[in-house]
Design a protein around this ligand. Structure first.
Ligand SMILES: *[C@@H]1O[C@H](CO)[C@@H](O)[C@H](O)[C@H]1NC(C)=O
Ligand SMILES: *[C@@H]1O[C@H](CO)[C@@H](O)[C@H](O)[C@H]1NC(C)=O
Ligand SMILES: *[C@@H]1O[C@H](CO)[C@@H](O)[C@H](O)[C@H]1NC(C)=O
Ligand SMILES: *[C@@H]1O[C@H](CO)[C@@H](O)[C@H](O)[C@H]1NC(C)=O
Length: 405
């Protein structure tokens, strides 16, 4: 989505809205762009090489690739890698992550295992590459793994990718500003779209921060990223960033540890996170977490949002529990699901679904910065994982930042 669409939106307000699926990509692209701003300087050249970029290189353009290919026969198996759901989970009535009956679906085929798996693939690849032993097919596998990793970290920060109820909310019709949509699309795109439309005008100007501006691409959401960085990562979240990267450590595991390595990440000149490579912890029975990378631990409070705010209680009470939902299709961001676009583009009219563009729902989500916090966390964690995988350990220079927070 380039500048032509920016002016279109700004000029016409909400009259013309790009396809909902385009909005679904925005969340992923914001996460990837925030991550790119927090990479160690030695990392981006390696990523661009793995992604086989020629010329202008950014992570955002590949961030939604995994959604584009999941319908192709050779990638159909990757569909369940975009989400996870516990068998007992039924927000807001029951929140389980997991409960006694464990996880739905096939073992190790879920978004948290996908993050672990792609990270392992890239870790092994870097060992081969440093030893000069990587082949062309290793390069190709690394490219695919990197694109999936960038995507899955984004998916993991979307609460509806952490529940199986009604296919992650795809099957729950709701109303937003009198238009019919579904809960998943609302969180994928419409909440973000509204935030972009209503952004304070001071963010349409560049920030006095080259380390931010140099990663923006003239997209419709540049002002939004500026705001997330300025008021979020450099503002209200400044003191939390370290905690976003921490993983629970078991003292007994540490004493067995032979291979101590310190890993750090950076946010505009400040070190955040001090990691120690460690042994595998179990992480909700998934075997995904260790002391360095702990997607299950990070996902747990995100999943809890489903009971706290994402699924309004009213959905399961009269009259809305009597509204019948369409129940076919697949979990999560089905790119061939055009029905929703048609609804969104149609004229506002009275509809029987629960209205969620209200002070009690979207108002609370906006005021408490829930979506912006999730995207900030996704960006910082993705940067940290990529720094951990690819930063040159010998190169101790920190990014050259000339201002203080
Ligand atoms: C998307 O949903 C449609 C029905 O809405 C279904 O026929 C199709 O197989 C789904 N595609 C994928 C890739 O899951
Ligand atoms: C990643 O997943 C694929 C497909 O399930 C599997 O073949 C592969 O062994 C996994 N790799 C790792 C490192 O777990
Ligand atoms: C933009 O304006 C808001 C108030 O609406 C303020 O809080 C924020 O700091 C301003 N941002 C910049 C970059 O000046
Ligand atoms: C950092 O930036 C300053 C100002 O742009 C420059 O003078 C200095 O040489 C830079 N240092 C490094 C290590 O690149």
């Amino acid at each position: 989505m380039r500048f032509s669409q920016v002016s279109l939106i700004l000029a016409t307000g909400s009259a013309i809205i790009p396809h909902a699926n385009a909005w679904g990509a925005v969340g992923h692209e914001v996460v990837a762009t925030v991550a790119q701003m927090h990479l160690h300087p030695s990392v981006m050249p390696i990523l661009c090489d793995i992604l086989k970029y020629k010329g202008d290189c950014h992570l955002a353009p590949v961030a939604a690739w995994a959604d584009k290919v999941r319908g192709l026969p050779q990638y159909r198996w990757t569909g369940p890698l975009h989400y996870i759901g516990a068998t007992d989970d039924y927000p807001s009535e029951t929140c389980a992550f997991p409960g006694e009956k464990g996880w739905e679906g096939r073992k190790n085929i879920n978004v948290l295992s996908g993050i672990r798996n792609t990270t392992s693939v890239l870790e092994d690849y870097m060992d081969l590459r440093k030893a000069g032993l990587s082949t062309e097919s290793d390069d190709d596998a690394a490219q695919v793994a990197l694109k999936f990793l960038i995507h899955f970290v984004g998916d993991m920060h979307m609460p509806l990718h952490l529940t199986g109820r009604d296919r992650g909310g795809n099957g729950i019709k709701v109303s937003f500003d009198s238009r019919v949509t579904n809960l998943h699309s609302l969180w994928d795109g419409l909440l973000i779209a509204k935030r972009i439309r209503t952004i304070p005008s001071n963010y349409t100007r560049p920030l006095p921060l080259p380390e931010v501006e140099s990663h923006l691409r003239g997209t419709i959401y540049d002002p939004y990223i500026r705001r997330v960085i300025w008021e979020g990562i450099m503002g209200k979240y400044e003191d939390e960033l370290n905690s976003w990267l921490s993983c629970p450590a078991e003292p007994s595991v540490q004493t067995l540890q032979t291979n101590w390595e310190q890993w750090i990440s950076w946010t505009f000149g400040r070190r955040i996170g001090s990691w120690i490579a460690g042994s595998r912890l179990t992480g909700g029975g998934l075997n995904t977490d260790d002391e360095t990378l702990c997607p299950y631990h990070w996902a747990t409070p995100i999943h809890a949002l489903n009971c706290q705010i994402v699924f309004p209680k009213a959905l399961d009470e009269p009259p809305y529990n009597r509204v019948s939902f369409s129940g076919t299709g697949e979990h999560a961001c089905n790119s061939s699901n055009k029905a929703h676009d048609v609804h969104w583009l149609s004229r506002p009219r009275k509809n029987p679904y629960l209205e969620l563009d209200t002070p009690q729902y979207s108002g609370v989500i906006e005021d408490s910065w829930i979506v912006e916090k999730l995207m900030s966390q996704g960006g910082i964690r993705l940067a940290a994982v990529l720094n951990w995988l690819f930063a040159d350990m010998e190169d101790s220079t920190l990014p050259n930042r000339t201002y203080t927070l």
